[in-house]
Design a protein around this ligand. Structure first.
Ligand SMILES: [Zn+2]
Length: 330
């Protein structure tokens, strides 16, 4: 893995490259940011670079062909250790086993690099056990903790790590990457990129999901006639998404795209800006005041936040659709 393979994270990569160029390597890093934006790839690139024996002086690229690079690329470099959650958590036994490997002499490498993926899933005991090691760093050992939920890491751990922030990817970048990797799916890529919420991981999941097209059709048919529906019909439609947080998230994104397009339509904007080009006819039947539509968009954004705070998917959808109905029927 090379830094140049990580797209859309120039700022984070720049900080890492500067650290390795000036040889100011911290003992512990925390790569933080949304899921599926390149944090683990960046950690693997850093691990590979630190142990590359064939790199050109001053270069931030590893050579890709020395024994360490070859092992790193196949995941078999013994001094690059990747710890993943065991089920729903990272347990103290895992951290103990990891630390016993850390205390061994390095095989052939300059650095021992330990990646802890989804570090927020460490149990309290696991985190405490790791903390002791972070407080007494060993030379030439680098910990890279990776998390999408920094708020769930103990402050004691945070204070021992240098944080590097990763950001969501732009829809246009996601579209570009998807087109490179899945050219056969070209017709679905624009919508997928718009729905991915800035995450490549989500984008690839959506692309692999054949149900999405059907769900989108059902949902847009509902939204197109929302103002004439009875509340009981809306509530009954929402029932099917009980406990399906992932799909509820997608529906809330779809809702924002729909009302974005309705807003453009009622304002007679250039129809080329409409995202749901295949629904132009339905969009043109929609009537609502632009100021109400702006409120509706805000409802959907708030609903998406509530969903992340573990509100029931079904309730979140019910509330946002009923409130939207009230407003656009005015
Ligand atoms: Zn190399």
């Amino acid at each position: 893995m090379q830094f140049s393979e990580i797209k859309g994270q120039e700022q984070a990569i720049h900080i890492i490259e500067r650290a390795i160029q000036t040889q100011h390597i911290a003992h512990a890093y925390l790569f933080t940011g949304p899921e599926g934006v390149g944090k683990k790839k960046a950690a693997l690139a850093m691990a590979q670079y630190l142990n590359c024996t064939g790199k050109a002086p001053e270069s931030t690229q590893s050579c890709g062909s020395c024994p360490s690079c070859i092992q790193a690329q196949t995941g078999s470099q013994p001094d690059i250790i990747v710890l993943e959650p065991d089920g729903a958590s990272i347990k103290i036994e895992q951290i103990r086993a990891l630390l016993s490997k850390v205390s061994l002499r390095n095989y052939d490498s300059v650095y021992k690099v330990i990646l802890i993926n989804d570090a927020h899933l460490m149990t309290e005991q696991a985190a405490n056990c790791l903390l002791k090691t972070l407080e007494e760093p060993t030379d030439n050992t680098v910990f890279i903790l990776i998390t999408s939920q920094i708020q769930n890491l103990p402050i004691t751990i945070l204070s021992r790590c240098q944080q590097i922030q990763f950001h969501t990817l732009s829809p246009s970048l996601i579209q570009e990457i998807l087109l490179q990797h899945y050219p056969a799916q070209q017709s679905r890529i624009g919508l997928t990129a718009a729905l991915a919420g800035g995450s490549m991981h989500t984008a690839e999941e959506l692309l692999a999901n054949d149900d999405l097209a059907q769900t989108r059709q059902d949902f847009y048919q509902l939204l197109a006639k929302l103002d004439t529906m009875r509340p009981a019909q809306i509530i009954s439609w929402c029932e099917q998404w009980d406990k399906n947080k992932k799909m509820a998230r997608t529906l809330l994104e779809l809702g924002q795209l729909w009302y974005h397009d309705v807003l453009l339509t009622v304002m007679h904007s250039d129809s080329g800006l409409i995202l749901n080009q295949d629904y132009l006819a339905e969009l043109r039947t929609q009537h609502a005041a632009p100021e109400h539509l702006l409120h509706v968009l805000q409802y959907f954004r708030t609903a998406a936040e509530q969903l992340e705070y573990n509100a029931s998917p079904r309730l979140v959808l019910e509330v946002v659709l009923l409130k939207t109905q009230q407003l656009i029927s005015k």
